[in-house]
Design a protein around this ligand. Sequence first.
Ligand code: SAM
Length: 248
Amino acid sequence: MTIEIDVLTLFPGMLAGPLDESIPGRAVARGLVTLRVHDLRAWGIGRHRSVDDAPYGGGAGMVLRPEPVGDALDALRRPGTTVLLMDPAGEPFRQATARELAGLEHLVLVCPRYEGVDERVRSLVDREISIGDYVLSGGELAAMVVIDAVIRLVPGVIEEASTIEESHAAGLLEYPQYTRPAVYRGMGVPSILTSGDHGAVARWRHAEAVRRTLHRRPDLLAGRELTADERRVIEEERDARRSEGDLA
Ligand code: SAM
């Protein structure tokens, strides 16, 4: 399975470096991903290829006009295309969103600048995506975040096992990872990891993932249907905290 991704931007050069390297770069080189970056000015208006104008009603900054985006989407859209608008008011981008998008055949990502886009552009796109509750100068960094997260989930791009156990894949943060040396600045490695008992290692990792999620992101556990093992780990943690409280 492969995926095609088109990006519409006023700054095509911004995407070249990060997406040429490492996992995305290799995925493109191996033909698993086709990535095309388009200069939105190619669909600009008039001799100056203008793409923006002052907001109706007054106010600071410029607004991206709808015609360049509309014409570009007319040129790129085909059956099976999903158009994503990068926007701070969009749906929060999560690992589940990335997984969903990785299963699609053709994505077009629209990267506005300035004060954002003319409101009528929203009717031309399929989804609006926000990468977090902060404001970037433009949609390019947001698009790169989405593209990177999506590409690594396209089948064949990386080992599937890596994407199943990592943070957020199953609603938990990842368990702690260790590699050599066995002792670093006086800190050792949990002995279970060198025991050779694969079942025990898997149980320990799952319990650690639950513990870490409980301590750092309890909100992730709120919507989760807990297994008996997970409930037990959480109870043990709460008991431990209570007795720490008793000692304090
Ligand atoms: N005036 C807009 C607002 O208040 O929502 C912010 C415009 S921002 C300066 C310019 C562009 O950067 C946005 O149109 C969007 O494409 C992109 N952008 C900024 N923050 C983003 C975020 N958190 N997620 C996705 N895109 C973002």
